[in-house]
Design a protein. Structure first.
Ligand SMILES: *Cc1c(COP(=O)(O)O)cnc(C)c1O
Length: 400
């Protein structure tokens, strides 16, 4: 699927953040260099005063110190803003740091948060380790208005979701959740790492804040950690900005540069991974061991209609429920040659994760199934090679 908007983004991503021409030679490098600096130098005090005064207007992105970065950072922030339809993007050293930034900025002592039970696992760790200590409480729930309504409290302030959830790819009805959040004056905060702004745009579907782990598809080459928090409301922008500064978030210019380099090919990589993933779905669905596939672009996925309505493309994230013993599922993982065993996704390479049943216990979408779950990230290798690899590994697993 490719909407006109997606085509515009394809062009934008090739032209974003080009270096300025040198005023004397009239020339410039094609790629913006990594502008590394720990502070900013001013010609005179008048220039410094002007930069300080300009800080009142966040759109001017006035920098007086190295922590917030200079041209390289500004270019990547602009990329995130355009991808997500945001007025502001703030970078962090990891996706998890971006999540904690948004939570700590927007929540206060005594606040209650409704959290979709399909969210990225370490969010629960953040709650246990930090939020509880700050007097902030979370309730995990299936993310439908009917289920969420039962957990509302007078102190509920935020609805935090991830769509699709990155283990079972559970598509949420974001416009409906946005309506529910508005009705109850909750901030809707979404983890949009799956869509990374390119194929799914939560801010346009009614969310106030969108968070992306740039570590995944934006970086795209499994060589950097980075996160970003996007918003499109002047008041929320200001709160996020002030807290980002106060908490000391900062990203190395080299990692930002790598992310800029990676994002140029985001459309190509996502499209290739998505096409490969569909071919792998075709193969898997013919295997007797496969009980269910989780991939919203696959027509039999429960979330397919929502995906068709709200997304402009797909990616290489795919989970598969196997009617085999845990030992057989583990044997399959070990037998795979092309799929690396690892936790991340969104890079060029294929990865596999044996999902521990204890992790799924808290997901209503899993509903206590007894089977084994493997999560695959389908990279940009040849689909035929990946299918052959899966086939030989499945055969080894069932024979074991
Ligand atoms: C990986 C991931 C994160 C965290 O990103 P890091 O950069 O690894 O901290 C957050 N949300 C989702 C959905 C992720 O997959």
């Amino acid at each position: 699927m490719s909407s006109p908007d997606t085509k515009k983004l394809d062009t934008f991503l090739q032209h974003a953040g080009l270096a300025d021409f040198d005023p004397i030679t009239g020339s410039a490098p094609v790629a913006l260099p990594s502008v590394r600096t720990s502070t900013v130098r001013f010609k005179n005090l008048a220039a410094l005063d002007k930069a300080q005064a300009a800080k009142a207007d966040l759109r001017l992105r006035s920098t007086t110190y190295g922590r917030s970065g200079m041209q390289t950072h500004a270019a990547l922030e602009q990329v995130f803003c355009t991808l997500e339809g945001a007025s502001q993007a703030l970078l962090s050293s990891s996706g998890m740091a971006a999540i904690s930034h948004a939570m700590l900025a927007l929540l206060s002592k005594g606040d209650h948060v409704l959290v979709a039970d399909s969210v990225y696992g370490p969010v629960r760790y953040l709650e246990k380790t930090v939020l509880q200590r700050m007097g902030i409480t979370c309730t995990y729930s299936q993310a439908s208005p009917d289920a969420l309504r039962q957990h509302l409290r007078p102190s509920t302030r935020m609805l935090y979701v991830e769509s699709p959830g990155s283990l079972l790819m559970e598509m949420l009805d974001l416009p409906l959740l946005a309506e529910f959040a508005r009705e109850h004056q909750l901030l809707l905060v979404t983890d949009n790492t799956w869509g990374s702004g390119y194929i799914y745009r939560p801010l346009e579907l009614g969310a106030q804040v969108s968070i992306v782990a740039g570590t995944k598809y934006v970086g795209g080459h499994s060589d950097l950690m980075l996160g970003a928090v996007m918003s499109a409301d002047p008041q929320i922008d200001r709160v996020l900005f002030d807290n980002h500064y106060a908490l000391g978030h900062s990203v190395s210019a080299d990692d930002v540069w790598l992310a800029m380099r990676g994002v140029r090919t985001l459309p190509l990589r996502m499209r290739e991974s998505a096409a490969n993933a569909l071919q792998i779905c075709e193969f898997l669905t013919q295997r007797p061991e496969v009980v269910r596939l989780y991939h919203p672009a696959w027509p039999q996925d429960t979330g397919h209609a929502l995906w068709q309505r709200d997304c402009t493309g797909s990616n290489g994230m795919l989970s598969v429920q196997l009617g085999v013993t845990p030992q057989q599922a583990r044997a399959m993982v070990d037998a795979l040659q092309l799929f690396g065993i690892g936790y991340s996704w969104g890079g060029f390479e294929s990865l596999v994760q044996y999902v521990d049943p204890s992790v799924l216990a808290g997901h209503s979408y899993w509903a206590d199934q007894q089977n084994s779950l493997l999560r695959l990230h389908i990279g940009v290798e040849s689909a035929a090679d990946l299918i052959a690899d899966l086939e030989q590994a499945l055969n080894i697993a069932v024979a074991s």
